[in-house]
Design a protein around this ligand. Structure first.
Ligand code: COA
Length: 435
């Protein structure tokens, strides 16, 4: 066997030495939050701050580390963040006008990476090298393979706390240009607090999910509450974008065993995991979790291969047509599209499948109805009127797919908060929608 340890030692360096290589206008790529390389990126930011280097760009997704280029505008023009999702730290910077975002379907990002950008370096955190010279990209399938294929240089940060994913992306020491070691606990998301309304909504959706279904749960309290409401089910499967705490709970309590899936039977499939140490420990050395590239996992043609595919995602508002905004409050950007539409489409194409978009009926202490005659000016339409399926609030479920505008409006008003139903009915009649 080749001496991979010697190759490792030869490539071992420091974040500061990597930062010395950076030149004007370099483009860096990084992937999802817990797979990002904080030691390298912090050293690069320090170097740029204290030099004449300018025009450096960094592409990121699901940011959790407090990078200076997102935390404040002091690096504007010298080092700029570009987010594929614009949540976490990037959201403030995008709305503050000193970072930019890419509107894109998550599943298309690998293609954009391959066809539209030239990367000077891909920086990624990995688990320690195995005896065959491979590092596991751990919790991250996402678009890392495209970055590895495309980037001129690959810098890895080895962290003993990164779990080793047996069925996920690997990178070999021979493909790597430089290695640094930085052992630290992985970032976690604040635990989601399940309020009474989310639990009510979760229970309503759970009633619609048969034993043997295959589930995708999105980001937020309601998808989490739905997960917890599924604990009494049997033979569920998982094919999802993000692997969550409630999924670990469902596997450990026996509700999920993946036995009824048509593809990847007996395995849970995801494109990334992000949340708690419990998730990270569960994935470590676990052959029953596959962390695969997003252009495969989020392809609606793949998603729909599992029968009874059920997708559950959150949103910010919906209009009478059923146009769903899940990305902005007016012009204030909140998040990217992620895989919402891919799972809406995949679930609707699946035999017996259903897609649920769920939210509490009001925002801001009951002062704003999330069901609206028209979307707020500036609101981004995430799921179109032609794709939408079920909308859920704490007052019930509206089934919009294939239904007329009048029927949709009537059903949506029936699940709006009672305080807003008269006003919504008045607007619908004024527009001649309710005949
Ligand atoms: N008008 C005004 N403000 C609103 C609003 C509305 N219609 N709807 C929500 N808000 C406010 C809330 O009050 C809250 O404000 P706060 O942060 O000051 O408390 C904030 O917007 C977030 O709302 P919340 O209901 O807590 O949303 P969430 O965090 O559960 O979900 C989404 C936010 C919708 C952006 C999230 O689900 C998402 O990222 N969706 C898009 C991508 C996606 O679905 N991916 C799926 C695959 S993982």
């Amino acid at each position: 066997m080749a001496d991979y340890k010697a190759l490792y030692t030869q490539k071992l360096t420091t974040p500061e030495a990597i930062a010395e290589m950076v030149q004007n206008d370099w483009l860096f790529g990084m992937d999802t939050g817990p797979s990002q390389a904080p030691a390298i990126m912090t050293a690069v930011a320090n170097k740029i701050k204290n030099s004449d280097i300018k025009g450096v760009k960094v592409q990121t997704l699901l940011d959790i580390y407090p990078y200076e280029f997102y935390a404040d505008n002091s690096l504007a023009g010298k080092m700029t963040g570009f987010s594929w999702f614009s949540s976490g730290g990037a959201r403030k910077a995008v709305n503050g006008g000193y970072a930019d975002l890419f509107p894109a379907y998550y599943r298309d990002i690998p293609r954009h990476i391959r066809t539209e950008y030239e990367y000077d370096a891909f920086c990624v955190e990995v688990s320690p090298m195995d005896s065959h010279g491979y590092f596991s990209l751990s919790l991250n399938g996402s678009y890392a393979e495209a970055m590895i294929d495309k980037a001129k240089r690959i810098f890895v940060e080895v962290n003993e706390c990164q779990p080793r994913c047996l069925c996920g992306t690997q990178i070999h020491v021979s493909q790597v240009d430089a290695i640094v070691e930085y052992n630290h606990e992985l970032p976690v998301l604040p635990p989601v607090v399940l309020d009474e309304t989310s639990i009510t909504i979760g229970n309503l959706i759970a009633e619609q999910i048969p034993d043997g279904a295959c589930i995708q749960l999105g980001i937020g309290a309601i998808p989490d509450a739905t997960g917890m409401a599924l604990k009494a089910k049997h033979d569920l499967g998982i094919h999802t974008e993000m692997f969550t705490d409630s999924m670990v709970e469902l596997i450990e309590c026996g509700a999920v065993n993946n036995s009824k899936k048509q593809i990847h039977r007996n395995k849970s499939v995801t494109t990334f995991a992000f949340g708690s140490k419990r998730i990270y420990d569960f994935i470590d050395d676990n052959p029953a979790v596959e962390v695969l590239p997003v252009d495969y996992v989020n392809d609606p043609e793949v998603i729909c291969k599992n029968d009874n595919m059920i997708s559950i995602n959150a949103a910010l508002e919906v209009d009478f047509f059923g146009q769903v905004c899940a990305e902005s409050v007016g012009t204030k950007h909140m998040s990217g599209s992620g895989g919402q539409i891919d799972y809406v489409r995949g679930a609707c194409q699946s035999k017996g499948g259903k897609s649920f978009i769920a939210f509490t009926s009001t925002a801001k202490g009951g002062t704003i109805s999330k069901i609206k005659p028209i979307l707020t000016p500036g609101a981004i339409c995430t799921t179109s009127k032609n794709d939408v399926d079920y909308i859920v609030t704490e007052y019930g479920i509206a089934h919009l797919r294939g239904r007329s505008l009048g029927d949709r409006t009537r059903q949506l008003i029936a699940i709006a908060h009672p305080d807003f139903r008269d006003e919504l009915t008045f607007e619908a009649k004024k527009r001649g929608i309710l005949i």
